[in-house]
Write a protein that binds this ligand. Structure first.
Ligand code: FPP
Length: 252
């Protein structure tokens, strides 16, 4: 562990040995934040993106291995076209603008979701960012775009059924691990901590399979007001949780 990490952990009053390995975030409240400020909704998303960068950097600095962010759901296509177009353009612009810095900082970017209906130019930036950063060893940054957990599970079932019908997979070898391996998130362990901002108490079709034993932290803070200090509070709460994974702890 680096001296910097040790000093940071001390400063934060967090146990550096008990940090989550994988944090997932539902970045909710951008629209409400913008409304409160008398700004158009898109300004909430713009500000939300800069907060995400701050949290990603904190994960990298503090040794949190994976951050998964819910950027656009399969249901978000139902938003006004101007907002959808703005978000697509924002993702593309951010990738162009931030890729070099993220690459220098060792970030490894992956996208999860059905990327096929995204604009061609965005798909090219996505492919470029993934190849550029594929050998990096810093934080794994998973961005969920056009992601829906139920659709992800349906696609996994279809792929597994295909393998069974072609004889490549036998029915009785299918177990929980098989399902996990057919999800977009096959490369990552399940999240340890889910943070949802803006006080909503729901999962909104995000990582339904993967969140089975994840600790959930919900804050009333709107995503554009979230920051490193709030992130530290979430981590401090996480460290107080007794994770039993459905089991009972035997007395030592
Ligand atoms: C939810 O708030 C937010 C989104 C649907 C978009 C999140 C996207 C970003 C923060 C940009 C991230 C950029 C990259 C490159 C990953 P909302 O609009 O539902 O807010 P509301 O509930 O207050 O209306």
């Amino acid at each position: 562990m680096t001296a910097q990490l040790l000093s940071t952990s001390k400063l934060l009053n967090l146990d550096s040995q008990k940090l989550p390995q994988h944090v997932a975030v539902i970045m909710d409240g951008n629209g409400r934040w913008a409304k409160q400020q008398g700004l158009p909704r898109i300004e909430g998303h713009r500000r939300g993106a800069s907060i995400l960068k701050e949290i990603l950097r904190a994960c990298n600095d503090w040794g949190i291995k994976t951050l998964t962010a819910y950027a656009f759901s399969t249901e978000n296509w139902g938003r006004p076209l101007t907002e959808v177009n703005f978000l697509m353009a924002l993702f593309e612009k951010l990738l162009r603008k931030e890729l070099q810095e993220m690459n220098e900082e060792g970030v490894r970017i992956r996208f999860i979701g059905d990327l096929s209906p995204l604009p061609e130019s965005l798909k090219q930036e996505i492919a470029h960012s993934m190849t550029t950063t594929q050998n990096n060893t810093g934080v794994n940054f998973n961005v969920a775009i056009n992601y829906g957990s139920r659709l992800e599970i349906v696609k996994a079932c279809q792929a597994i059924a295909q393998k069974v019908s072609s004889g490549e997979l036998s029915l009785d070898t299918i177990d929980e691990n098989t399902i996990s391996q057919y999800l977009y998130t096959a490369a990552s362990p399940d999240p340890d901590l889910l943070i949802r901002t803006s006080g909503e108490m729901r999962l909104s079709n995000f990582l339904l399979w993967q969140l089975a034993y994840t600790e959930i932290y919900i804050t009333d803070t709107l995503w554009p007001d979230f920051n490193c200090s709030e992130f530290r509070s979430a981590l401090a709460h996480y460290q107080k949780r007794d994770r039993r994974f459905g089991k009972v702890k035997l007395k030592e």
